[in-house]
Design a protein around this ligand. Sequence first.
Ligand SMILES: C[S@@+](CC[C@H](N)C(=O)[O-])C[C@H]1O[C@@H](n2cnc3c(N)ncnc32)[C@H](O)[C@@H]1O
Length: 462
Amino acid sequence: MTVKKKQIVECDVIDVAFGGKGLAKIDGFAVFIDQTVTGDRLAARIVRKKRNYAEAVVQELLRPSPMRVDAPCPYSGYCGGCKWQFIDYPHQLEFKRRHVSESLEHIAMMEGVRVHPTLPSERVFGYRNKMEFSCSDRRWLMPHELGTDADIGFALGLHVPGTFHKVLDTDACLLQPDTGNRILESVRRYMRQSDRPVYGLRSHEGFWRFLMLRHSVDRDRWMVNIVTASEDRDAVQPLADLLMDQFTEVVCVVNNITARRSGVAIGEREIHLAGEPVLTDRIGDFEFEISANSFFQTNTRGAGRLYETVGRYADLRGDETVVDLYCGTGTIAIWLAAKARRVIGLELVESAVADARKNCLSNGIDNCSFILGDIKDTLENIETTPDLLVIDPPRAGMHKDVLKQVCRMGPEKIVYVSCNPATMARDMLELKADYTLEEVQPVDMFPHTFHIESVARLVRKT
Ligand SMILES: C[S@@+](CC[C@H](N)C(=O)[O-])C[C@H]1O[C@@H](n2cnc3c(N)ncnc32)[C@H](O)[C@@H]1O
């Protein structure tokens, strides 16, 4: 049987594929179905047909999988924030472990690598320390709102999966602590009543663009970043004052201003409106000052577990030279500094390097230095072979020239941290002639999503 677009097929979901969709086979032909899990029997409608596979949506769930749980969030299935709430947490962890293991098998052609059970997140809800809510002049309605007199001219919330212009008017997001939801509601009420218009994601006109909330887990304090399309202090200052009055937890309000059309909540300019200029949080023994646009791991407690794993795999004695590639704001360098002779961090973004230097000073660390620039150009300036190389690249993984330089450099040990099992496996393929991949520890920083961090320990072949 060949499947056709719009056809309804009855099928059993036999696995969950990389990317988080359920996989069914119709006469051996792969069909990927969003919001399904192994063990589901369902009627599915084919929505896209390609040469080697098709995509389908659930028409009717005929027999639910035992792995299913009731998703506590009313937006589950409609919101792009988290798509796995309907799968019980132990199975989420096992799917993530398998995705890491299977990526290594299929992409890196490495059989039998020790991939440990996924370290769970300490919290499965309320774990995110940073949320970005988009404004829109078109509200995407939930099914129960269709045909009602719901106001469709305003939304402040999260996007429908994979869309730039469909925004839900999200009352609350369970991924952030509850105070964040009370702040969200207060801002929504203010923006709705304001005489400044909300931004149109198609027209690119309007004033209110994003609301970004950041939470310090250590101090239980909040930063509010109001992102607008232009400067208008009369519109934003009363909102800042209101939030400072209403919430003792809010210690900092800033206004980022961006005229760019892109959907990125970073301003070309920032105005400090109220309270302190930055938020302070802690990972392990170290304190970090976080400004509105600084990079900081979004699951603070999870970051602690991730860095503990990095420290364990690094296994430093105190006399080593460590090079930390893609060091960001220096969090890993700082974590390892006390156990090393010196750490050199390499990073592309100027503000991240400035933050890294500041973070060293405020934590009393004096054996770290940082080199600004593209690693493709800066790595060759490192003259000594480090005892340990830490590599924590962005989702896209490493540039192939950098991989070659790493092999030429030949450090004894590598600890590779990854947020993308597929690019990690691709990079392992390049490293495997010179290095043995001893073990991999997946660490869950993002419950209810298919995303997974991994830490890999590699040792140079003799
Ligand atoms: C996944 S983050 C790692 C951050 C840090 N290790 C942490 O745990 O907070 C990746 C970092 O690589 C940096 N980056 C991306 N491409 C780069 C390049 N070509 N050269 C240097 N740094 C780069 C990014 O700016 C970002 O800070």
